[in-house]
Design a protein around this ligand. Sequence first.
Ligand SMILES: C[S@@+](CC[C@H](N)C(=O)[O-])C[C@H]1O[C@@H](n2cnc3c(N)ncnc32)[C@H](O)[C@@H]1O
Length: 282
Amino acid sequence: MNTIWSDNVQGILTLYLSRKLRFDDRFFPQYEGLFRLDRGRELRILEVGCGPGALAEALCRWYPRAEIHGIDRDSRFIEYAREHVAGVSFSEGDAARLPFEEGTFDVTISNTVQEHVEPSAFWGEQRRVLKPGGVCLCLSARRGIRRGAPCLEPTDTEKAFWAAQPDAESSLEAFQVCRYPMSESEIPASMEKHGFVHVTTGYAVIDLTPDDPKYPAPMAEAMIEAERQSDLDAIRSVRSADAEDVICAANARYDERLRLYRAGIRQWDTSVSLTMVLRGEK
Ligand SMILES: C[S@@+](CC[C@H](N)C(=O)[O-])C[C@H]1O[C@@H](n2cnc3c(N)ncnc32)[C@H](O)[C@@H]1O
């Protein structure tokens, strides 16, 4: 049982809830233009490093004739995906040694996985399992924009808690997170170097601003709850005796943010994510 990522790096709900928003149907036109897949075809799609399954779930809605399989090394993510995501099959496995025959899939796709897997294995394995002419889609998060609401500023209790923790960078290094970071020019070059042709790049801009009236209330509240969950998962991952007090403090901040939203008192806090989408063919 491998639970390294879900125990130490990002919790199930941190990933699932944030991705559910980023892959909401209202953003599909952006992705569709970058993926350039035929919705009418019976595609076999493999999602590599699928986490708890929110992208696979979206692909299932967007490509209704596709057969989709998700694979990830973390047992807890796969267990959650199997329980919560209908219409997709999931299995545990390593992106560097995909347990599939050569030429099995029409499409491989990944979201924020490239930087964690050695490049020749990451591209080489996807290229191997793709059919000739198959499409590799690599989604990579780039620096976006974040502006918090004043009521979401961490309290002194929370600041003291985090100040007492060891340096986050060094613990991520210990779990080999982000060992192979690449710039916006290096990723397409690496894809070509590893045999993909007709490589193209593009960007999806996902703006999550709860107070913007274009978002219906359930989606606006889901944005606030996704942020809450990410903070709570981070606190829980520390496994400290003080965690309960810190969880209460964090919950109070998000309860207040929800109250303000419901009262129509706008904060205009925003999170804009920029996802680079690379597309290459075998
Ligand atoms: C940043 S998370 C992204 C998860 C998912 N793609 C999403 O967007 O929610 C990176 C994921 O890659 C997985 N991962 C990292 N190295 C892997 C490997 N060698 N084989 C399979 N999965 C891997 C982790 O377990 C984690 O689920």
